[in-house]
Design a protein around this ligand. Sequence first.
Ligand SMILES: *Cc1c(COP(=O)(O)O)cnc(C)c1O
Length: 440
Amino acid sequence: MQYHSTRGESPAASFSQALLAGLAPDGGPYIPAGWPRFEPADFPPGATLAQVARQLIAPFAAGDILAPAMAEITADACNFPAPLVAVDGAGYSVLELFHGPTAAFKDFGARFLAASLTRLRATAAKPLEILVATSGDTGGAVAAAFHRRPGIRVAVLYPRGLVSPAQEQQLTCWGDNVRSFAVRGSFDDCQRLVKAAFMDPALRATRDLSSANSINLGRLLPQAAYHAATALAVWRREGRPASFVIPSGNLGNALACVWARHVGLPIGEIVLAHNANRTVPDFLSGLPWQPRRSIATLASAMDVGDPSNMERLRALYPGLPALQSAVTAEVVDDAAIRERIAADYAAYGRIWCPHTAIAAEVMARMPEARRRSAAWVIAATAHPAKFREIVEPLIGRAVPTPDSLARLYELPVAKEDLAPQLEALRGALLGAIPAARVQP
Ligand SMILES: *Cc1c(COP(=O)(O)O)cnc(C)c1O
């Protein structure tokens, strides 16, 4: 399988070239040159998530140097479950994507990419340095996935004092090949530093740089796999397609679901559940495409004003009518998030994270007839314990900490203080200027 840029100004890339590059040289994300076609009967009944992932992803890696390792890579990425749990009395089910090492769905994609890049870099002369700017969630998933992978180093940059204590723990508890930099600045400063590092001749001379960011093809494919496995389970049980409500920011999770439907999995409607960042819902309602600055909300991992996967969605559905029949979108504000967390805990005993609460709110607003017309599934994108400061006052009790997070909370942390300048980052990475080591 070959990959093209959505912008059409770059040469075709192989699967592994697309994973290594992240973005095409013209700045566009990679999309497959063709699509495989599946039927539900192609997947053996009772196939595990890892087996579905292997079968679904195989044609996307066909002919690539990674193809022979794909069984191991998918098993490594999907080594924790994604259970589909009925919400009793609510008339829908929840796909729990938070049973991985950092308790959010990004663990699947980060682990797939880490397993792939480790194999691709096994014989490289220079180390691969992964630079991640994070406002909280992504950095932890990437650090966890790449921790102790040979031939790869990770630098996580986050805004000092602007992430929650739980998030900071997950960004700073790794050590070994992972370094954590508390940048004296904003998330935008972190992103600017990473961009500048990619252009820096001194850094580029000594190492290969990569971003592992969420636009990477390797982050999307395993996400398509859990939507596929869920749709197959619903299909076998109920004989009808599953429809999904997906808390969305950069549209990576939702696009993966769209791709799964596009290759033939029995998926009905796909609803993009957005917070107050309404770039996509506005566009789907017929307004011009207008990327904007992100607005801070309670569902912070979805605070995206210019979702980069929109290019991939529009490549698949050029023209507004096609797009409008492929997906719909809803907007949920912070007040409604708060109310939904309290209401659903009272009604069903379920505790949602603020992102998942947006999908639950979309279900609550849905007219009864529409709700009954399909097997609805909401994606639970993170465990509520990651956002206990928000959730606990709303439900009036403590959120139990899952074992995965409890393990991370016991690890010692180490972070390095960093000035928001390229010289400081360069010095720290090249070892010329040791950054101040901070031990709390
Ligand atoms: C990243 C994230 C989202 C948004 O997913 P996209 O793929 O960017 O649309 C939603 N919820 C949580 C908890 C996340 O970490």
